[in-house]
Structures are given as structure tokens and as C-alpha cells.
Design a protein around this ligand. Structure first.
Ligand SMILES: [Zn+2]
Length: 317
């Protein structure tokens, strides 16, 4: 067990659960356990009721990769901002927050004091990269970097089949049940916004505008959009699945830019300190207004159109 301060100011799994409980209580929110992980940990969502029934639902989720604790911290800060007068989200939508999509990876990262190879920290307890485990809307070449691997032990091992893991299948069920209007999925450490991969011009333009809204909302450092209609491939990522199957405007937000990580440590003492800022507050302060602006912009839109070949999309390949 690491000393309590090895990864400070980040939270132990127990402290994270307590923080979620306390925030939910303060906000009068509902705590929902939507499933359990491979090792039996609760998959927890917080639902902030809207002021009136029938309003759209939006989702902020984080930490699908074990060591990316800054995402969970940022998601909790967004949750805590739900009652800020300047945002007023309850008047327009129901806010859902899943601070940790991969509690087994989080706990393993904590137990190892953030040290170890990425493949060990990033994955779930079956060694699966959960963000390569969603059905792919179309086949994509596996040789592209990060496109996902079929080999157990690799950092991007996609598992034995789409949604083979409880963490992804339960999230899929939650998405199906709630029909989220928009989603922001938090990662680190690139300082970029990566929209769902889309082929049609209108959706592509819409994501450009949503990413611009997010960047304009950020306080100091504005993240760049990373997308290409031609070069993007379907790799089994969460936002692609949410867009193409659940008709959700969905982006990956990589908190804590690469350059800031390099400035922090040219040679990071552990995997953990490559992915997370020593001082999370400045980055949380930078990113929360951007996330608010993204959700506000998405709520002005209709949900994405129905997928043209829904059977094939839902089945994956
Ligand atoms: Zn990630």
C-alpha cells in the first residue's frame, strides 16, 4: 500500500467515494449504481435532477483509463458547479456525472502508487482497454497507432468482443436507458478535444462548432480540436459509440496538455505523474467553464440524426 501522500492531492478510492457521497448530499442528487466492475466495485453515477420534468439529459464521464485521475477530479468539479448561478444547468437539463468509469483500474493505480507500465494501469481487471471495447461502426485497420490491439497484454487490447466487459456493457445500458443528449468524456494528457468520428458534413461542422464553444469557454489554455473526416478511424471508442448508436453529441476531452506535462517533468517519476498535474486546481479552473460552454452549446441543437444503417452500427463488426 502506498503512503497516503504518494499521489496527493489526488484521492484514494475510498476518499473518492466519500467525496461523491458528500457532493450528492449537498446537491440533493440521486446516487445510482448502474452495475459492478470485474472485481465487484460499484459503477456509480450521480444524477442532478432538473427543475422540471422532460428536459434533456447530459453526461460527463471520466477515468475510463486507470491513471487519468485528473478527469475524475474535473468531473467532480463540474458536478459541484451545478448550482452556480452563472451556469444554471438545472433550468435546462438533467446533469449526470460518472466520475470513474473504471474503478478497478483506478484502485490498481492507487495501490501501485501510480508506478507501472501503462498496459497495467490503464486497463480493467481483465487487461482490456475499455475505450477500445465499444462496437466499431465500421471496420478499421489495426495497424494505426492507438487503433486497438487484439493481443492480450497490449495497452490497447480491445477484449474478446464488443462490450465484453461489465464496465462498458453497463455503461451502454445506461446510455440506452437515458438517451443522453450530449456527453463529455474526460481523459488526459493531450490538451485536445476529440469529437466522435463522423463522415457527414453537417455533423462534422457541428462538432467543429461544439469544440470551438468548449475552447472559448476555457479560462486560459484553449484546447485544439483533433479530427479529420478522412484520417479518423473507428477504434471502438466511447464517443463514437455514443454518437452512432445512442444519438448523443459526444467528445473526448484530454485534460492537462502534453506541453504542460513535459514542463512539469521532462522525465516523469512514474506513469501517474505523466498523466496528472501536481496541482490540479489550475487545470480544473481552466476546464470546467469550457465543459459548461460545451454542454450549453449542445443543448441548443437537436440530437444527432438516426444512424442510416442502425442494424450494422449496433452490431459492430
Ligand atoms: Zn484516456
Amino acid at each position: 500500500m502506498p503512503r497516503e501522500d504518494t499521489l496527493a492531492p489526488y484521492l484514494s478510492p475510498e476518499a473518492l467515494a466519500q467525496r461523491v457521497d458528500a457532493l450528492a448530499k449537498t446537491l440533493g442528487a440521486e446516487l445510482r449504481t448502474y452495475g459492478t466492475s470485474v472485481q465487484g466495485r460499484a459503477l456509480r453515477a450521480v444524477r442532478i435532477p432538473a427543475q422540471t420534468d422532460g428536459l434533456p439529459r447530459v453526461l460527463c464521464s471520466a477515468n475510463i483509463h486507470g491513471p487519468e485521475f485528473i478527469g475524475a477530479m474535473t468531473a467532480l468539479a463540474l458536478l459541484a458547479s451545478a448550482d452556480d448561478d452563472s451556469w444554471g444547468i438545472r433550468r435546462r437539463a438533467e446533469l449526470w456525472v460518472v466520475p470513474c468509469l473504471n474503478p478497478d483500474g483506478y484502485a490498481r493505480t492507487w495501490e501501485l502508487g501510480g508506478e507501472g507500465p501503462l498496459a497495467l494501469l490503464r486497463t480493467n481487471a481483465n487487461g482490456v482497454d475499455l475505450n477500445r471495447n465499444f462496437p466499431r461502426p465500421a471496420p478499421s485497420p489495426s495497424w494505426l497507432p492507438g487503433a486497438g490491439s487484439q493481443h492480450p497484454g497490449d495497452a490497447t487490447f480491445r477484449g474478446t468482443g464488443p462490450l465484453s466487459e461489465p464496465e462498458t456493457s453497463h455503461l451502454d445500458a445506461l446510455c440506452r436507458e437515458q438517451g443522453f443528449h450530449a456527453s463529455a468524456n474526460l481523459h488526459s494528457f493531450m490538451g485536445t478535444v476529440i469529437p466522435a468520428s463522423v463522415r457527414d458534413t453537417n455533423a462534422f461542422r457541428t462538432y467543429k462548432a461544439l469544440a470551438a464553444a468548449l475552447a472559448q469557454g476555457q479560462r486560459r489554455t484553449r484546447y485544439r480540436r483533433l479530427s479529420s473526416r478522412r484520417l479518423d478511424v473507428f477504434t471502438g471508442e466511447q464517443e463514437d459509440h455514443q454518437h452512432h448508436v445512442h444519438r448523443t453529441w459526444a467528445v473526448c476531452v484530454e485534460n492537462f496538455p502534453w506541453l504542460a506535462s513535459m514542463r512539469q517533468h521532462w522525465r516523469a517519476p512514474s506513469t501517474f505523474w505523466r498523466f496528472n498535474p501536481r496541482r490540479p486546481e489550475p487545470w480544473i479552473d481552466n476546464d470546467v467553464p469550457g465543459l459548461q460552454a460545451y454542454f450549453d452549446a449542445a443543448l441548443q441543437l437537436e440530437r444527432p440524426a438516426s444512424p442510416p444503417v442502425s442494424g450494422a452500427l449496433a452490431r459492430g463488426d
